[in-house]
Design a protein around this ligand. Structure first.
Ligand code: GUN
Length: 302
């Protein structure tokens, strides 16, 4: 059996087109577009490239985009004042502070300073609470879990009553996706198990999964014999396992590997996400969706 590939790159294009059309409609009717600010502190190369892509994507879908780069030695007080400025700016609907922050800045304090109604990352405790309650309370589901759920739904995989096993219990992926899949409603209604580094028998649980979501950060952790035939396998792992020279650009690029042994797993699973090109492209896409949602909440439209 060869699994159907769930390609994040293709689903991204569909969603970005939907967002672009909706932004144009809102602009015509209400005379406003979603505004997204990304605040980058310092010059961490991975962060620079993420932020550049976020801003490029925001531009593509017709948002007002602001890239606010700050020096590595900005004080915590100055950064909090900057966030306060954007909290009060009516043309900004989404505020994203790129993580990680330099050590002298308290990350928790900074994330908690963002107005929860502009927290398009969904990291503020108020939004974590809203997600836990579910239903109409949810404003901004965190982007990676939201992308995972969107991929499952758009691939036509049945979630209602399905056994979902989540490998990993991080605040950014494992805990929120587990919570989202057990809520009442479409794309959810699943029976959820979360396994982690202290779980006694990882293989036992994985083998029961109709939908296996792996976010452990351990390359090749999930073995093909742990996969139930026909299961939907979502691999969130993006592990740098080496470097190679790109044939396209001639430059050094990272060799990426997921948490699942893809080549063997695709012969057993019914659906599987590749690495790269699977979950990765969905995160920024869902950031755009959250920013658009933020403007719609403000305008009182659905
Ligand atoms: N750093 C790596 N991923 C993310 C993300 O999704 N949001 C923010 N704010 N920082 C990140």
């Amino acid at each position: 059996m060869t699994a159907k590939l769930i390609k994040g790159t293709e689903i991204r294009e569909q969603i970005l087109e939907e967002i672009t059309a909706e932004v144009a409609q809102i602009k015509e009717k209400h005379g406003v577009v979603p505004g997204l600010v990304t605040i980058l502190v310092g010059e961490n190369p991975a962060s620079v490239s993420y932020v550049t892509l976020k801003i490029k994507t925001a531009h593509r879908v017709g948002f007002k985009e602001v890239q606010d780069n700050q020096p590595e030695d900005i004080s915590e007080e100055q950064l909090l004042a900057l966030i306060d400025k954007y909290n009060k700016d009516d043309s900004i609907h989404g505020i994203l502070v790129q993580l990680p922050l330099p050590k002298h800045i308290d990350e928790k304090k900074v994330l908690n300073a963002i107005d929860p109604d502009k927290d398009v990352d969904g990291f503020h405790p108020v939004n974590v609470g809203r997600l836990m309650i579910g239903g109409d309370e949810v404003k901004f589901p965190p982007c990676t879990p939201a992308g995972i759920q969107e991929m499952i739904v758009r691939s036509g995989v049945e979630t209602s009553g399905a056994e979902v096993v989540v490998v990993g219990r991080s605040n950014i992926v494992g805990k929120p996706i587990a919570n989202m899949m057990l809520q009442k409603g479409p794309g959810a209604n699943s029976t959820v198990t979360v396994v982690h580094t202290r779980t006694r028998d990882l293989a036992y649980h994985c083998k029961r999964a109709d939908i296996l979501i792996v976010a452990a950060g351990v390359p090749g952790l999930v073995k093909p014999e742990w996969i139930k035939p026909g299961a939907c396998v979502i691999d969130v792992g993006v592990n740098r396992v080496g470097e190679k020279i790109s044939e396209k650009t001639g430059k050094k690029v990272a060799i990426l590997r997921g948490d699942v042994d893809f080549e063997a797993a695709k012969e057993i699973a019914g659906y599987i996400t590749p690495v790269p090109g699977g979950v990765g492209p969905m995160t920024i896409t869902m950031l755009m969706k959250n920013t658009l949602k933020s403007l719609k909440f403000r305008l009182g439209i659905d």
